[in-house]
Design a protein around this ligand. Structure first.
Ligand code: F6R
Length: 250
């Protein structure tokens, strides 16, 4: 795992966007995996800015998002589909038919999960997967204890994750209790992974991740098993990581 240190959130967002843009320009028909949440918002802002100024095209790009709440459809402004349309897809030239996000209102969620993994396979796998990290180390909605072999599936959200995400909802009770998430095994099959960690709220998660212990109780630690994983973290997130440990990754 490689670590790139960013000064602050803006710097991290710019670095991540530049990384994606270069990859897309080099491979304009690549398949990318995307995340939602506060962390990638800045990066999406830079992708949109670049699209407007430099016309980097997404016409032949295919995307797969990590997760979606069960019970929310795309018109609900807390759904991850709404988030992605609002922050990225509505502002670039991507074909909506090339956008994949698990359907949170499918009548058959189990079939939806199996189909999602199958679709990823049919597209030759994910070339570059973007990840954030939860305070408890979750990636996608793979909560602590998720098997590193798990596939796209229905999961119950922990109280911590529901509390963390309540800031987006009018009322904490509105936060769904279940979601569909790409599995750990599905994510780890991506050819390359780029994880973003920003802010003091992620200090403990960054410290745990960079400690190097690989354990299913801290899902993000699976990145140590991946041959091509890069973490971009800002100074605020890295404050509690001992300097000698940091050096080992730089
Ligand atoms: C959402 C996702 C989650 C978030 C994580 C951090 O698609 O994959 O694992 O990355 O919950 O969220 P933020 O960035 O809001 O701190």
């Amino acid at each position: 795992m490689k670590l790139i240190k960013a000064k602050d959130y803006e710097d991290l967002s710019k670095l991540a966007a530049t990384y994606f843009i270069k990859k897309i320009q080099y491979s304009p028909a690549m398949t990318i995996g995307l995340a939602t949440g506060s962390t990638p918002e800045g990066m999406y802002r830079y992708l949109v800015k670049d699209y407007k100024e430099n016309h980097t095209s997404y016409r032949n790009i295919t995307t797969f998002n990590l997760d979606e709440y069960i019970g929310l459809d795309g018109s609900n402004n807390n759904s991850y589909r709404f988030f992605m349309n609002n922050h990225l897809f509505n502002h670039i030239d991507i074909e909506k038919s090339n956008v994949h996000i698990p359907c949170g209102t499918s009548k058959d969620s189990l079939a939806e999960c199996a189909t999602y993994d199958q679709l990823i396979k049919e597209h030759g796998g994910i070339d570059l997967q973007l990840l954030g990290i939860g305070g408890n180390g979750h990636i996608g909605f793979n909560e602590p204890g998720s098997s590193f072999q798990s596939r796209t599936r229905i999961v119950e959200l922990t109280d911590k994750t529901r509390r963390d995400n309540a800031r987006f909802f009018n009322n904490p009770e509105e936060v769904p209790t279940e979601a569909i998430t790409m599995g750990m095994g599905t994510i780890l099959e991506s050819k390359e992974i780029l994880m973003l960690i920003s802010g003091e709220g992620k200090r403990e998660a960054a410290r745990m991740l960079l400690s190097g212990n690989v354990n299913e109780d801290f899902p993000a630690s699976a990145l140590h098993k991946h041959a091509n994983a890069i973490v971009i973290a800002d100074e605020a997130a890295l404050t509690d990581v001992p300097a000698d440990l940091l050096k080992a990754y730089l």
